[in-house]
Design a protein around this ligand. Structure first.
Ligand code: SR1
Length: 326
């Protein structure tokens, strides 16, 4: 790969090897994240080695070890279980390899942490839920513990319930078993049958919301429920816009932009520059009304109307070519 004229070493020459090690690779969010990372890597002349994630902690450890043996300049760790990663990440750091982490808290001052400002994300959604439904409603909640972004969103949900005693969590479900949306739909169907009083579902991951929406459609609950999610993709936009869809709002970043930011943060470290220790990418609230009113059907159209979805100014430098998500 060609180098970037005027860039600091080693990016002036090109061909810098960086590994992207994933815990999860399936689903729209992670596919778009990888695509964004790949695009930014290409613009920087980086040889990006992508290791697929199969929700297997031992395999992710092994892949980090493989990246170390390959002699990469940096490793991007995308999700995972912190306790199974900390020592192998330290091994990489000890060898002079730079490491950045997206949505997994490695608790290491040498490892910049990238996240989507999950507190803002959950707050945007729950404020919208109150706007649409008032401060008292019966809720279903979709959650799986142990994923940093879901745990951060959960902290907001817990605080929200304490502040709104009229909000009653009637049922809780959630799974990351593949295919996630269908597995969640099976659980949601049982929850809806057991708790017909549920009016609001807080499902802050688009695979969860897709499952909750599927089950609502099968049970003819479209007009009775409102579903609030995180994340967005072209397929999500279609599901939100579908006639009688209960999925009314999502709070999201552009995952391709998050992938690009991850690569830029790693590149800055390799160039001896500081991307900052906590790198947040701000989410925006998108309602079905926004999508319909502005006739938005794709991520490209979303980016054209909302600049925050095109690019982020996180982890940038004059020598880094733009991520071209515009
Ligand atoms: C299983 S964790 C799923 C979340 O990771 C990313 O932060 C996405 O926003 C998604 O909601």
């Amino acid at each position: 790969a060609a180098g970037v004229p005027g860039a600091p070493a080693p990016f002036d020459k090109g061909g810098v090897k960086i590994a992207l090690v994933n815990y999860l690779s399936t689903g729209d969010f992670f596919q778009a994240y990888e695509a964004g990372a790949q695009k930014q890597a290409k613009a920087l002349g980086i040889d990006l080695r992508i290791y697929e994630g199969r929700q297997d902690a031992a395999e992710e450890r092994e892949q980090i070890q493989q990246a170390i043996s390959l002699g990469v300049a940096a490793i991007i760790v995308n999700h995972g279980l912190p306790e199974s990663l900390k020592d192998v990440v330290q091994r990489a750091l000890d060898k002079g390899i730079k490491v950045v982490a997206f949505d997994v808290n490695l608790d290491n001052p040498k490892v910049p942490q990238i996240e989507q400002s999950d507190e803002d994300l959950a707050t945007l959604l729950l404020d919208q839920a109150v706007k649409d439904n008032g401060g008292a409603f019966s809720a279903g909640y979709v959650y799986v513990a142990g994923f940093a972004p879901l745990d951060r969103r959960d902290a907001v949900w817990r605080a929200f319930k304490s502040a709104h005693p009229g909000v009653q969590e009637k049922a809780r479900w959630g799974t990351v078993d593949n295919p996630i949306a269908q597995s969640v739909a099976n659980q949601a169907a049982a929850a809806y049958r057991a708790h017909p009083e549920i009016r609001v579902v807080f499902a802050p991951y688009d695979e969860f919301a897709r499952g909750a929406t599927l089950a609502a459609g099968e049970a003819n609950l479209g007009a009775k429920l409102r579903i609030y999610s995180a994340d967005i993709s072209t397929a999500d936009i279609a599901a939100i816009r579908a006639p009688d869809s209960p999925w009314v709002a999502t709070a999201a970043t552009n995952p391709a932009v998050v992938g690009a930011v991850s690569v830029r943060a790693a590149a800055l470290l390799v160039a001896g520059q500081d991307p900052g220790h906590r790198i947040g990418i701000k989410p925006a609230l998108i309602t079905r009304d926004d999508l319909v009113k502005n006739d938005i059907r794709t991520m490209a159209e979303l980016g054209a109307k909302f600049p925050a979805f095109r690019a982020s100014d996180a982890a940038t430098a004059a020598w880094i070519p733009k991520d071209n998500n515009e």
